[in-house]
Ligand binder design. Structure first.
Ligand code: 4NP
Length: 155
């Protein structure tokens, strides 16, 4: 089982979108038994809160229901529990490494670090642009799934 944790600042916009979009892709490819994912925040701001309505609407448009999701903060134990911890932007990655006390196993990076144009996913909480965030997240999830699929095929 490959375990992925998606991480953003609040865990109510970008990382839950990544969690639910990625899980949907995984299930559609019949890989639900071999890949698992979740999402978490670096901050304490939104702990316990549901997905922010505009993000929830984007997921709903894709036929994805995220109604049970509540924000939680990541912690040091997540470093051992997950194979890969993917932040949405450089600032997330810096904070994730701080929370985990470093990254000795090279598990922490940005979701779009392996994209043709490696970049941050801007925070739609501030930009209001949920379409761009959703497009960027979908691109990152597709690349991630292809990578895992390839490495799995080699096993
Ligand atoms: P997210 O967006 O990191 O994509 O979930 C944010 C949501 C809430 C806050 C910041 C970013 N906040 O400060 O409450």
């Amino acid at each position: 089982m490959k375990k992925i944790l998606f991480v953003c600042l609040g865990n109510i916009c970008r990382s839950p979108m990544a969690e639910f979009i990625f899980r949907d892709m995984v299930e559609k490819r019949g890989l639900g038994g071999v890949i698992a994912c979740a999402s978490a925040a670096t901050s304490t701001e939104e702990i316990g809160n549901p997905v922010y309505p505009p993000a929830k609407r984007k997921l709903y448009q894709l036929g994805i229901n995220c109604s049970g999701k509540r924000a939680r903060q990541m912690n040091r134990a997540d470093y051992d529990a997950y194979d890969l911890l993917l932040g949405m932007e450089s600032r997330n990655v810096a904070r994730m490494k701080q929370i985990c006390g470093g990254d000795p196993e090279n598990k922490i990076r940005r979701l779009l670090d392996h994209a043709p144009q490696p970049r941050d996913i801007d925070d739609p909480w501030y930009t209001g642009d949920f379409d761009t965030a959703c497009r960027d997240i979908t691109e990152g999830c597709q690349i991630l799934l292809d990578e895992i699929n390839l490495s799995h095929a080699k096993d």
